[in-house]
Design a protein around this ligand. Sequence first.
Ligand code: SAH
Ligand code: SF4
Ligand code: F3S
Length: 442
Amino acid sequence: MNNKAFYLETFGCQMNIVDSEQIVDLLQNIGYSQVDSAERADLILLNTCSVRDKAERKVYGHLGRFKPIKDQRPELIIGVGGCVAQQEGERMLENVAYLDLVFGTHNIHQLPQLIRQIEEKRERSSATDFLDRETRLNLFPERTFRETVTRFVTVMQGCDNFCSYCIVPHVRGREISRPSSEVIDEVTELVKQGAREITLLGQNVNSYGLKDAAELSFAELLKKVNAIEGLERLRFATSHPKDLTDELIACFGSLDKLCHHIHLPFQSGSDRILKMMNRGYSVSEYLDKVARLKKICPEIRLTTDIIVGFPQENEEDFQATLDLVEEVRYADAFTFLYSPRIETAAAKMEDDQSKMEKQQRFDRLLQLQRRVSAEIWQEDAGCVLPVLVEGVSKQGEGQLFGRSTWNRIVNFSGATGLIGQTVPVKVSQVMRNSHLGELVEL
Ligand code: SAH
Ligand code: SF4
Ligand code: F3S
């Protein structure tokens, strides 16, 4: 057995967070323990994201910080995994002389063997082959105990949508849905371990089961999970508007554990741009679904993703995006400046809009969204909200934190015995990203 230490940094979306859980388990199984400083580690791993910006360059820059440590301790192993690793492959080993290992998004299970190989032979290696469906379905790891109230459960992986700007289908591979029986068993087990809230995960989570006639629909899966005893709250992410069925919308009116929040990226308020993005829905279809969600669940709050500066997006298109934000009134939005990604269709599109204009539009959108967010969250002031307590807050001694049904963080003082319980908290102060509150004694 080893007696060594590893340091792991995770970037990107929830897929990477779940993958990193698996990485931690695999490394612990081969005798590595986790440390929180690279200086003390025998193994440094980065789990990377390549969805936008100059992701590759950032990873290379980040790796540079580890070079002095490697210079001092040549036996140190440095590896890169995740979506940048998948995209760049062996090229990374050529570009970074002190890098030992590159592993792709389908190759996490190979880590113990790859690391052993490097330890024994000091040979650098890379593994970035995509695996076939059957192999992937058999490779879902057993979930080990974590002392957390909220857990993620992957129900599908990959993406087949090929939105023209997006690298995810290229770095995560084809879409696969897990058998529903496995998902239900996993949630049941996690709830037994103490989890109270489960988020069902997938890049395109509501396309679950669509390609397998024998499988449950996503709405049917939600119903089954909702019935699991001991579970208090259920969420899912991320939904694609085109696969948001009536059956799924109805769940927000009928499932008692389903939180009243949906993340529903719209990307652009212009039909012309949506078409160029290959999103598969029009603005009116999107708005129609939002209206039905609000009708069935009047207190639902939405969040979204928006891209500004897509090739050829002009002032009129952009104005349509602002209009949509005003109309839907999102509680929060992740706003992104478009960045061309390798291998994607949009990267080859001509663009006639200036960088400065794009930046100014981005700032205008941000301002608008900040105002709308502030107005919506202000509505909570003075209200008593049910808060599922997740843990001790970083805000100070005796402070706990949890979330409202709308996924808003609420900090308040209380005893640690409340962790895992849903308690009434009166919102006393609305901050930009969280609420401050007071526990209401029952
Ligand atoms: N599967 C999810 C989101 C995946 S990526 C979905 O379809 O909703 C998260 C967000 O990053 C996207 O919703 C999009 O807004 C943004 N994004 C993806 N590629 C981008 C790019 N090339 N430039 C700017 N933003 C991008
Ligand atoms: Fe990317 Fe579109 Fe797939 Fe989302 S649905 S991961 S934006 S290709
Ligand atoms: Fe990033 Fe990969 Fe997720 S590109 S957003 S970490 S799927």
